[in-house]
Design a protein around this ligand. Structure first.
Ligand SMILES: [Ca+2]
Ligand SMILES: [Ca+2]
Ligand SMILES: [Ca+2]
Length: 183
């Protein structure tokens, strides 16, 4: 088990003890009716990330609210520390991204969550970047959504077929799907 995996497990235990309502499998983080797992062993492409989560009885994460976003971003920041000022290029965070479960593959500019087939309504696109997102570069081919560590885990569109990110999986525990709930 890597140090980060150990951190996730310990954090999950802490949050579980604190949560009371959401019950998650070992190592999954409970928050407001869902369980989450940050997998950071191997970077994968977006379709591999979708499959990775489905094979673990979960979905590539959908972010519907500012609260959910804040929780996930702050946890990602704890997992991957920024470099001290002036050493930004060597930061582990700089080369880290997590895939989110949305794409605009079917209709350019129309972002949909794969878990629900619903349109993405809440967004945190990185608008302050020198290339405001989504920018659909290069050659109008960026159709998959990611939390980009190089930009403080704000939303970037990225190339679906590139192994750019880690899977971030979510299990909804408040939608009556008791098969996915342990405990
Ligand atoms: Ca969600
Ligand atoms: Ca696109
Ligand atoms: Ca982009």
């Amino acid at each position: 088990m890597t140090t980060k995996m150990l951190f996730i497990v310990l954090a999950a235990l802490f949050y579980s003890a604190d949560s009371g309502t959401t019950c998650c499998k070992d190592g999954w983080l409970p928050y407001s009716g869902s369980c989450y797992m940050f997998y950071d062993e191997h970077k994968v492409d977006w379709n591999e990330a979708v499959t990775y989560c489905r094979n673990r009885n979960s979905q590539l994460v959908s972010i519907e609210t500012a609260h959910e976003s804040t929780f996930l971003k702050s946890f990602a920041r704890k997992l991957f520390k920024a470099a001290p000022p002036g050493k930004n290029s060597s930061s582990e965070r700089n080369v880290t991204a997590f895939w989110l479960g949305a794409s605009d593959t079917d209709i350019e500019g129309l972002w949909k969550w794969v878990s629900t087939d619903e349109e993405v309504s809440y967004t945190e696109w990185d608008l302050l970047s020198s290339k405001p997102q989504p920018n659909n570069d290069p050659d109008n081919k960026e159709d998959c959504l990611a939390l980009n560590g190089a930009y403080d885990f704000n939303w970037h569109d990225g190339l679906c077929e590139e192994r750019l990110g880690y899977p971030l999986c979510e299990i909804r525990t408040d939608d009556g799907n008791s098969m996915q709930v342990i405990g």
